[in-house]
Design a protein around this ligand. Structure first.
Ligand code: FPP
Length: 252
């Protein structure tokens, strides 16, 4: 028996990039601290890594890239750090929107919009409206996002429809829930990447990641580059996705 009997090389068609890659961008602060720099510098370099990730995702044929940019829990950070992050997010939309549009990127924002800074709300709305017909790559930015909050929102909307007599509670199934999530219409993530070595989902895409492959990289987000993305995709291809069933080989 040779090694290829145990782990046969996947056929070429199996090497296609996963359709939906979602990333928990972690470690900006530690990247900066390790270099004696302010945390804000880590976030600034984090935005550069984000730009690279979008470009590389498009070049590798990924159709949906979801990035966790600010969680509902991040509001507990010091006010100065929150202000720095908000400035970076505004600057990113102002400086990059035209380029993203030109490159055929559709921008979609998920998360709670209630109580957001009006300028951020305006930029988000503008980005979505300008790019809505693009189809090269969908860039989903999770901003003020929490997976549990998203599911609570879906439950409330479904309950309201049932209470109004428009929906039979007995007919509620996974499709009903999916139709009420903010990601409705998008495929589930195939691959979830987290940088900085932490092995947690941190309230990210809880429903949608049910069968995603989870790859943790031991590097901080500002160091995330093309090679890191390719490494995560290679690891994804080494996994056998079973979706709760048996693999073709185990069934044979
Ligand atoms: C994690 O590092 C990263 C974040 C909290 C947010 C990621 C934000 C950006 C890359 C910049 C702004 C976003 C956009 C959409 C332009 P951390 O601070 O948790 O690092 P640590 O765990 O080392 O402290």
């Amino acid at each position: 028996m040779s090694i290829s009997d145990i782990a046969p090389a996947p056929a070429d068609e199996d090497r296609a990039a996963p359709a939906h890659v979602a990333i928990i961008m972690d470690g900006n602060g530690r990247w900066a601290t390790a270099r004696g720099l302010p945390r804000a510098e880590g976030h600034r370099r984090g935005v550069e890594a984000l730009r690279r990730a979008v470009r590389n995702a498009g070049e590798l044929g990924i159709k949906v890239l979801t990035l966790y940019s600010f969680s509902t829990e991040n509001w507990s950070r010091p006010e100065q750090e929150i202000n720095d992050l908000m400035l970076l997010i505004k600057r990113f939309v102002r400086e990059d929107l035209a380029k993203l549009h030109e490159a055929g990127v559709r921008v979609r924002i998920i998360g709670d919009r209630e109580g957001l800074d009006p300028e951020i709300l305006r930029l988000i709305t503008e980005a979505e409206a300008l790019t809505r017909d693009n189809d090269k790559l969908t860039l989903v930015v999770a901003f003020n996002y929490g997976g549990r909050q998203e599911i609570v929102g879906a439950a409330r909307a479904i309950a309201a429809e049932a209470a109004a007599g428009r929906l039979d509670p007995a007919s509620i199934d996974a499709t009903t829930i999916e139709a009420h999530l903010q990601t409705t219409g998008l495929p589930d993530p195939d691959l979830v990447i987290r940088t900085s070595g932490e092995q947690r989902l941190s309230n990210f895409l809880l429903w949608q990641s049910a069968y995603a492959e989870f790859v943790v990289l031991p590097i901080y987000w500002p160091d995330f580059d093309r090679a890191a993305l390719e490494e995560a995709i290679e690891e994804f291809h080494r996994r056998e996705r079973r979706f709760g069933g048996l693999t073709a080989r185990a069934r044979a």
